[in-house]
Design a protein around this ligand. Structure first.
Ligand SMILES: *Cc1c(COP(=O)(O)O)cnc(C)c1O
Length: 226
């Protein structure tokens, strides 16, 4: 079986090659390891290799891991329900799945109450066909932004998306969306797109962050065996 260090080296080569083809500096592409369903011991191994930020999909699982690994920072990449917003803010450093104004308002008031700064990403779904993954439509972006009231406690980092695999044009569309909002807001915004199977294409179209689970940690254990 291939070890973690070797798998990560292979992944980093993939990222480097994709950057070279795109004429981009690899330092401009963050590798966010996605640790959902992976055991704490494996995250510890990744920390020994210098990784300290991890993406998690579920508030409960991320909270458990954050408490077990005080040296790590967790980022929420899964859908967030309003009634889980408090534990999410307490245990995650960033929320990447803001997709509706009610949630934005709730996060802002909690950040004030708890005196926390929590950078946020708006999750967008330009295709509105994969209803389960979440994300707001292009028209939904402005109301979400307004719900944050440009408060410094909840700074907007950029956009996150999980495009359907059968949409090769998706990454280019997301690049265009980012440029449009950079112009409207008059400042740079980041784009988080690309996973194990499609990170080359995402980097080609300007992704600033690839979220990688399987190609980093290996296959995920089943939900019950985790
Ligand atoms: C699971 C997950 C990933 C990583 O997926 P892999 O295909 O294992 O790389 C990335 N982003 C989100 C939102 C995920 O849920």
């Amino acid at each position: 079986m291939e070890g973690l260090a070797a798998r990560i080296a292979t992944l980093q080569r993939r990222i480097a090659v994709a950057c070279e083809r795109a004429g981009r500096n690899p330092e401009g592409v963050e590798l966010l390891p996605v640790s959902k369903r992976q055991p704490v011991a494996l995250l510890r191994e990744a920390m020994d290799l210098g990784f300290t930020r991890f993406g998690e999909n579920y508030v409960q699982e991320g909270t458990r891991k954050a408490q077990a690994l005080p040296g790590a920072a967790f980022v929420l990449i899964g859908p967030l329900q309003r009634n889980k917003a408090r534990p999410a803010l307490e245990n995650f450093r960033e929320i990447m799945t803001l997709d509706r104004p009610e949630l934005g308002g709730r996060i802002l008031s909690l950040a004030e109450e708890l005196a926390l700064v929590r950078p946020l990403w708006i999750q967008v779904d330009l295709w509105q066909e994969a209803t389960k993954v979440g994300g707001c439509s292009p028209e939904g972006i402005l109301p979400v932004l307004q719900s944050l009231s440009a408060d410094p406690r909840t700074p907007l980092v950029g956009f996150m998306a999980i495009p359907p695999p059968d949409r090769p044009e998706a990454f280019a569309q997301l690049g265009a969306l980012r440029r449009e909002w950079e112009q409207r807001l008059g400042r740079p915004l980041k784009l988080s797109m690309g996973m194990s199977g499609d990170l080359e294409e995402a980097i080609r179209w300007g992704s600033d962050q690839v979220r990688v689970g399987t190609a980093f940690f290996g296959e995920r254990p089943g939900p019950l065996g985790a």
